[in-house]
Design a protein around this ligand. Sequence first.
Ligand SMILES: [Zn+2]
Length: 492
Amino acid sequence: MSTPKQPLAGIRFIVAARQSRKPRAGEKVEFPIEAQDGRARSWAEAEGGECVGLAADFKSGTVAPWDRPHTREWVSETGEKIHDYDAIVATKTDRISRGKDEDFSTIEAWAVRNQKKIIIVGPDGGIQYPARHDSDFWQWTATKRQARLEWESIRERSMNRQADLRARGKLSGGATPFGYDVSGTKYDKTLKPNDIGREWVPQIFERVKKGEPLAAIAKWLDSEGVKPRFGQKWSAKSIAQIIRNHTYVGQRKADEIVNGKRLRGQGVIRIEVEPLVEPTLWLAANNRLDNAPRGGRRGPKNWQPALLTGTLFCGNCGAPMYRLKVRGEYVYYRCHGHLPQPRGCGTLVTESLLDSIVDESMRANDMWVYEWTFEPGEEAQIQAEIDRIRLNLRDLPTSGLSDDDEDAERERLRAVRRELESQIADARPDRWEKGVVLKDDRTPLTEAERWKNADLDGRRLLLREYRVTFAWSEERTPIVTMAPLWAVSETP
Ligand SMILES: [Zn+2]
């Protein structure tokens, strides 16, 4: 007889769970946790772990799970409860993160500092952070990437809706400019000039065109009793914002959205707005502003994010290292220290030196590139069905049915919903599959090849799959590690 493997033997764990419903205002109830979370607990117990608690909060789009009250009391580094367990078990990373890189950075740094494990349900003891072996590392990386993609697709959906509204020539959010009112209904909004706008906006443009100082124009408007859009008094800044605004020539300026990415400051999309000034006047006023003497110095343009931001940690104390521009010629990465005391340990290295070491290492990296593909289970699909039925139920009173028909339809929809809710408990779970990435000639792609073909943004993204540490040796040689698959040390 063989002994069953118990990968979590001796581990005291808590489950990061989600309450099935958010309490309404004033409601003092704790709702049961979601079925998946109950299964995560049974799974971890079957793997040999001992459950010592439950951190169950309800879902929120704005507050990171880490900062929600029940989770916080367990993970707080100054609290009592942090000593009571060794690991956090979760059915999916959305129980601990919104999918943002900043959430994961916080969680990973916390786990390392406090010697805790993060365990996502899966075969052979699950996916563990910190990694026990390569498989953990890649699966954790893939899980994070998937979480990020899910997060981005949610954002993309909301941006697509905005793009759609813009394409139809309607207004979609953004501040209403001075002199205009919003008219129309929720998905059919547009801007209409009001009487105040018709009277004052052309005069403002005329005065700027003539070269009158902005502060003087602001004073004049105040003395005439004209109220700005926000606040009580006009300022040079609020005048300048009017002059720069394309709405006044009938162009509502909106960022173009391509493949779900907002192209900031590129592309002007025209939508239906009645102009308040002629293009000639608008241009003349803007030219005058462009050529007006201006105080203050501007920072360097094209200040790109650093190659190693989010990836680099201090080999001396474990804290993250960030780029720092020092007056003069050098740019450094510097140890930032641990929050809440952001005082580094003094580790400092020039950006050019460290970037070139990392570049050299990556060019010599002949590891294969793996890809984890996500096989979604049935649960999300069933949940979507349930949500659709909830929507139908909500809209039922406006469907124009007779009382009897409406009651019958409500009963029918509820029965379908109950049936789906019972199915969800047995739904096939999400699954990950690992595979080697092949090139066109069917040979495996290597990390070095991927690196050489990537641009700066691509490389920054690629490095997110590494944890790079930097320290100086006693002989002042740089020690760089790229964890966990391989290490480079004593590079000249
Ligand atoms: Zn340090």
